[in-house]
Design a protein around this ligand. Structure first.
Ligand code: UT7
Length: 365
């Protein structure tokens, strides 16, 4: 194990680069199982449509009271910390990815710091939706590589169920999403060929409004190309949040599903290949691909496009739905718990979603 003395040293005092490794991983999903049939109580949908278009059979919804994005993240974090052989008191930094934070501000990172009674460490929130966990992982990786920190807690957690339009109006989105959390602890390793080999982050904001939750927000409807004169006084004063927005369901997420799908199936394989190419590797070198669980059809397309056998891709969207920033750490944790990942395996993580943002990470376990 490396010496503690380099902690908080802005420059690595050693002549070599550290890699970061996932030293511990944990997940938490709420107890409450919501089947496709259960959703029929609220909206015009059916099990056949949902399974055929998405592969989802059920998802978990958090308790309305007492269970939040932060509390779920904390539960996943406790497991990751214990499995990393460390304690909350030893964590040097928190990176928390979510699109469904407990509060508009402050972020969930500080709430984790409080809940786990940690030292007065830095706590950073990442807002990159489905790619959020990989963005968070990449940030943490850089801090480990420079020698700045040695124990970083990275969390992806979502409580979607609080912010979904559960009427027929919102069915194209609401049937997809579920709640849950995953967490990892990153630590430095000096073992060559172990740990995070590289991360790859991308964005294209031209499609920001295709998959988004606009309100409450400070956008002032600028993207509608309306001028100030086009709005009446009440509309101007209520632009952050209003009764009319709520009546029209404009406080819920919007998604042009087919447009997102079309870009996802291009960007997923592209960013996996980018990671492999950087290391002179081929798809057949991957032992396990863990994609963001957006849609089983998207995962199957990626698998076929890359020529991977079914055993080389991990999917659990059937059980949990799409848990956005939590989906990769939940899937990675479950794969690890099922012994689908062993030491030395090449694991590839990939994500695509709102922003658009997309990302990948290549890990030698
Ligand atoms: O993780 C973030 C990134 N997100 C994604 O990657 C999602 C990508 N997109 C998708 O996964 C798919 O577009 C969806 C699963 C969201 C939708 O599947 P689709 O095959 O693209 O359906 P669609 O939106 O084109 O809708 C087809 C039909 C429509 O009816 P009409 O106009 O053909 O009569 C919808 O009204 O299906 C209807 N529909 C539903 N019917 C029953 C939409 N949602 C539902 C529903 N139940 N829940």
């Amino acid at each position: 194990m490396v010496e503690r003395s380099f902690v908080n040293c802005p420059f690595n005092q050693y002549s070599f680069m550290f890699h970061s490794k996932i030293a511990g991983i944990g997940k938490y999903v709420p107890k409450n199982v919501v089947t496709n049939h259960d959703l029929q109580k609220y909206m015009d949908t059916n099990d056949e449509w949902i399974q055929e278009r998405t592969g989802i059979q059920q998802r978990r919804f958090a308790d309305r009271v007492g269970e939040t994005t932060t509390t779920m993240g904390v539960e996943a974090a406790k497991i990751a910390i214990e499995r990393a052989g460390t304690t909350a008191a030893e964590i040097d930094f928190i990176v928390f990815a979510t699109l469904s934070p407990d509060y508009y501000f402050p972020g969930c990172g500080v709430l984790v710091q409080r809940a786990l009674k940690m030292k007065e460490i830095g706590a950073l929130d990442v807002r990159n939706q489905c790619s959020g966990f990989l963005y968070a992982l990449s940030v943490a990786d850089q801090f480990i590589k420079t020698g700045m920190y040695r124990n970083i807690l990275v969390i992806g957690s979502e409580k979607h169920s609080f912010g979904l339009d559960m009427s027929t109006r919102g069915r194209n989105i609401s049937v997809i999403f579920g709640d849950g959390a995953g967490a990892v602890v990153l630590q430095p390793t000096i073992e060559e060929e172990q740990g995070i080999l590289s991360t790859h982050l991308h964005s294209d904001g031209n499609h920001a409004e295709i998959l988004a939750m606009y309100n409450p927000g400070t956008h002032g409807n600028h993207w509608t190309e309306k001028k100030l004169a086009d709005f009446n006084e009440a509309e101007i004063s209520d632009m952050f949040m209003s009764h009319s927005m709520i009546e029209k369901g404009q406080n819920f997420p919007y998604m042009d599903g087919p447009a997102v799908f079309k870009t996802a199936v291009v960007k997923f394989p592209e960013v996996v290949m980018e990671a492999l190419n950087q290391h002179g590797l081929k798809p057949s070198d991957i032992d396990l691909l863990v994609p963001h669980q957006a849609n089983l059809r998207i995962s199957q397309f990626i698998q076929q496009h890359l020529g991977l056998g079914k055993e080389k891709i991990y999917n659990n969207i059937q059980k949990y739905g799409n848990t956005t920033a939590a989906s990769i750490p939940i899937a990675l944790c479950e794969a690890w718990e099922e012994n689908r990942i062993k030491k030395g395996d090449l694991v590839c993580l990939a994500a695509f979603g709102s922003g658009f943002t997309w990302a990948s990470a290549l890990i030698r376990w």
